[in-house]
Design a protein around this ligand. Structure first.
Ligand code: ADP
Ligand code: MG
Length: 351
């Protein structure tokens, strides 16, 4: 079942001068995993709460499977929800926790037993049915929370930073588990809130990028990474060099040099922002050269991250297999291929 936000605006405590969510238009297709990605305070949880029915929009409508649910109470929306802090009932066993929503729906006992078993099986927790939450690790507790959400067989699963309380290794294991669930339940739509770009890039079919209560961009992970349309998205999804340039006839002018890039759609003489991913910047001579002084070099295992000051702007290059690293202050030549640059509308990098 799909989810649709139609111009949804949320203000807390009637504070319309400080909106928590501003005119959100977004459609999650049936069976799709949509990540809501953005920094803390950007309105992600608020958007989720609007779908669940825990917050009422001041304007706009929320649709589930084409049906307007804006005026329905949460328990009548058929939604499963998983939050960061597990939120299991401590005095109940695992199986009782998972059965909770089904009992509330007055599901027959035999069916409850079967669905609880199925949900625990799906999350790899069948062997823990009779334990209490305190006898489980954080990762196991979160699996139970997911099992509890799945037991009611929701059409829509909402997840709010479900992995952020777990350590890095558990997180990547759980990410793989969620990807498997997505394959096993192809009809289940998921709205997955995270501030972690890696989670969004690995799990989501599409990513909606949030910034200051607004939707900045929406697209597949590859679209947003390879062809971002704004500076915020470019830097938040994957990290990017963003330098101010002036559009010319064949390319752009930067630091007194003419760089060859695709300027399609940009007017000559206009200000714009050139976006190049650090791993697509090479060390040494080549097309589109930039010369500057090395300000910082970091060893990152597989790569060195170089920070080079070019005409007052810091340019990052991630270089593999650097045998003889340059030293601080040394003059360094960088280059990038024309097809690896994206031209964006002028924004914050112009100050
Ligand atoms: P995110 O989940 O992206 O971190 P939230 O949706 O929680 O962001 O918050 C968006 C904005 O709404 C923030 O400015 C936050 O301070 C505010 N906010 C969130 N919840 C409440 C609340 N219950 N009452 C008042 N303001 C809130
Ligand atoms: Mg939040």
């Amino acid at each position: 079942m799909g989810i649709r936000f139609d111009s949804v605006t949320v203000a807390y405590d009637g504070n319309v001068d400080n909106l928590a969510l501003e005119s959100l238009d977004l459609t999650v297709e049936p069976g799709e995993v949509m990540a809501l990605l953005g920094p803390s305070g950007s309105g992600k949880t608020t958007a989720l709460r609007a779908v669940a029915g825990f917050v009422r929009p001041v304007s706009g409508r929320v649709f589930l499977g084409g049906r307007d649910v804006t005026d329905l109470p949460p328990y009548r929306r058929g939604i499963g929800m998983v939050v960061q802090s597990y939120a299991l009932f401590p005095h109940m066993r695992v199986d009782e926790n998972v059965a909770f929503g089904l009992k509330a729906q007055k599901t027959p006992k035999s069916e409850i037993r079967q669905r609880v078993a199925e949900a625990l099986e799906m999350t790899g927790m069948a062997a823990y049915a009779r334990r209490h939450p305190r006898e489980l690790s954080g990762g196991q507790q979160q699996r139970v929370a997911i099992a509890r959400a799945l037991a009611i067989r929701p059409d829509v699963l909402l997840l709010d930073e479900p992995l952020s309380a777990l350590d890095a290794q558990l997180r990547s294991g759980m990410l793989a588990e969620l990807a498997r669930l997505h394959r096993e339940l192809p009809d289940l739509s998921m709205l997955y809130v995270t501030h972690d770009q890696v989670e969004a890039l690995t799990l989501a079919d599409r990513i909606a990028v949030m910034d200051k209560a607004r939707l900045r961009a929406c697209g597949t992970p590859k679209e947003l990474y390879r062809a971002p349309t704004d500076e915020f998205t470019a830097s938040f999804v994957g990290g990017a060099n963003l330098v101010p340039v002036i559009v010319g006839a064949q390319g752009v002018a930067f630091a007194g040099a003419e760089l060859e890039v695709d300027t399609a759609g940009a007017a000559a003489g206009a200000r714009a922002t050139l976006c190049v991913r650090p791993h697509l910047v090479g060390l040494g001579e080549g097309p589109n050269q930039l010369v500057g002084a090395l300000r910082e070099i970091q060893w990152r295992g597989a790569t060195h991250r170089l920070y080079v000051e070019v005409d007052g702007h810091s340019v990052m290059a991630d270089v593999r297999e650097l045998k003889d690293p340059p030293r601080h202050g040394e003059s360094v030549t960088l280059h990038f291929a024309p097809e690896n640059a994206v031209l964006l509308p002028a924004g914050v990098s112009h100050g």
